[in-house]
Write a protein that binds this ligand. Structure first.
Ligand code: FE
Length: 199
């Protein structure tokens, strides 16, 4: 692919990404088949179910919860989940009085081994810019209304640190087993833009 255009012309991200991939391939720095394989793996096999398993275990095993909050990457690896975009995952806990919500203000950094690929709204420049400045309003627009006395902390993911939210276990789920809790845990609750509902 050849890219022409005025130097100050900003090309769409997809074009720039393709150009970069081609350049890296030409220089022998990456193998396009490996890149395609990674994308397929994360599109089809790895999704938020891994994160849901981590959350359900933390809800039912207090010692695991403690390890998870102390060293997220290691505790997540205990369940067999690790890999690219997940070498340093930090887990923060939502409680009735404190709420964490995750963003990547620069691009779309996201903990792939536990959540798969990021949803489009997570990559949206409007979400990335606004959630930092007015998190309560953005969360409300996304359907999550928090009480005024709940303290909101916005966690900015980077290529070094990727955040995962441990959502609150909803009331009315005390009788459920770890396996039964897994399907309740939504992707959005682990990014902090939703709560987990009891059913
Ligand atoms: Fe990013």
């Amino acid at each position: 692919m050849t890219i022409t255009g005025k130097p100050d012309e900003i090309l769409p991200t997809s074009v720039r990404t393709e150009a970069l991939e081609q350049l890296l391939t030409e220089r022998g720095l990456i193998d396009p088949e490996v890149v395609d394989g990674i994308i397929t793996e994360y599109e089809t096999n790895v999704g938020p179910l891994n994160g849901a398993k981590v959350v359900a275990k933390a809800w039912t095993d207090p010692e695991y919860r403690q390890r998870l909050l102390q060293d997220g990457t290691a505790a997540i690896k205990e369940l067999g989940f690790s890999g690219p975009m997940g070498w340093h995952i930090v887990v923060v806990e939502n409680t009735p009085t404190t709420h964490n919500v995750v963003v990547c203000t620069l691009c779309s950094c996201y903990p792939w081994p536990v959540l798969g690929l990021p949803p489009s709204w997570y990559k949206d420049p409007a979400y990335r810019a606004r959630v930092v400045k007015e998190p309560r309003a953005v969360l409300s627009e996304m359907g999550l209304d928090l009480e005024d006395d709940v303290q909101i902390t916005v966690r900015d993911s980077t290529s070094e640190v990727r955040w995962l939210v441990l959502p609150e276990r909803p009331a009315g789920t005390e009788h459920l087993t770890e396996e039964e809790l897994v399907p309740l845990v939504s992707r959005d609750s682990m990014v902090g833009v939703a709560k987990v509902e009891a059913s």
